[in-house]
Design a protein around this ligand. Sequence first.
Ligand code: C5P
Length: 400
Amino acid sequence: MREAQPRPKRILLGVTGGVAAYKAAELTRLFVKAGYDVQVAMSEAATRFVTPATFQALSGRAVFTDLWDNRIDNHMAHIDLPRGADLILVAPATADFMFKIAHGAADDLLSTLCSARDCPLLVAPAMNRQMWENPPNLRNVAQLEQDGVIVLGPDQGEQACGETGFGRMLEPEALFEYVEAFFQPKYLQGSRVLITAGPTFERIDAVRGITNSSSGKMGFAIARAALEAGAEVTVIAGPTALATPAGVKRIDVESSKDMLAAVNAEVAKIDIFVSVAAVADYYVLNPSAQKIKKDAHILTLELAPNPDILANVAGLAAPPFCVGFAAESENLLEYAEQKRRRKKLPLLVANQVQSAIGADDNEVWLLDDQGQHKLPRAPKQEIARTIVRHAAKLYREYQS
Ligand code: C5P
């Protein structure tokens, strides 16, 4: 029998009258692309910045602006629209809108349906710096937070009015990611997760080094997934230009020795260790402090093996729950299972070098004491969520 598909999450997106309203169009597109069901409701002022037709085209649904809209049979848009919504997000939220909600006003469609909701309300303020810092506005924001409304941002930076400071709406991508995280089950609430990510860089001389083509994408995707699952997350990252997911603590390192030292400094504080980094197997025994000059001779480097960070952690007297990764170019499952046993890991994620390195999607196997589970090819973020869910389940079993 085929499993029933869960219904898409419903987002009621409120748009109020600020210049950032044009960014709500992009936000609508991101939600729709990710499979959310989006219903847009606009304040009258918002329609002066962007027309309802834009949101109608992007969401595929009629847009409502008026409390007395007769397209809804019972003329109760304020009751019908929030019904069944999993979340209301108002982006941009003006100072005036926040004033209204903080005081329980219900004099237009958007404020009325916020009052009549039985789902979480999130607001993304957007306004001029001085309006944001205006004491009554800050009082309203504090009141909203006290009432359980989640206030996202604002960001700081350049503003449409030419000033610089706090008041910019968070970018659509950041709001989208927050909502995605909001909907993830909190499997790891209260636990602390340490992740190593990216390559390491072993110095040869002042400018050269040995590294590998790990991008760090999988490690950072695991970090985001663990954060979404409610964990406190630290990433120890080798050289990578990837942005740190908001809310993750990042420690940058260069060599495998630095990574080992950083892991050792953190390991007593954590519950789960996920070792995603492609740690160099060897380091250069006598790196030169100066740039080695080129000449016609053969240059010989002496390499010594690096300590295995993961095996060290898993071998501690009271180790955290350890998850390892293995990238192999042949005999994947056989080599990966040998590695899992040798390093004494309850869970190991195995993938083919050819499909994993640098790509945005991946195909992996989860190896644990119960056997081997293949996950379908998917974007790394989706794979990371599945790995975190599986790790959290095993972690709970190990604890009990
Ligand atoms: O033995 P191999 O390098 O394939 O093992 C991969 C796993 O071990 C990965 O989880 C990797 O992060 C970890 N590892 C480590 N320290 C090393 C080598 C690998 O933590 N020196």
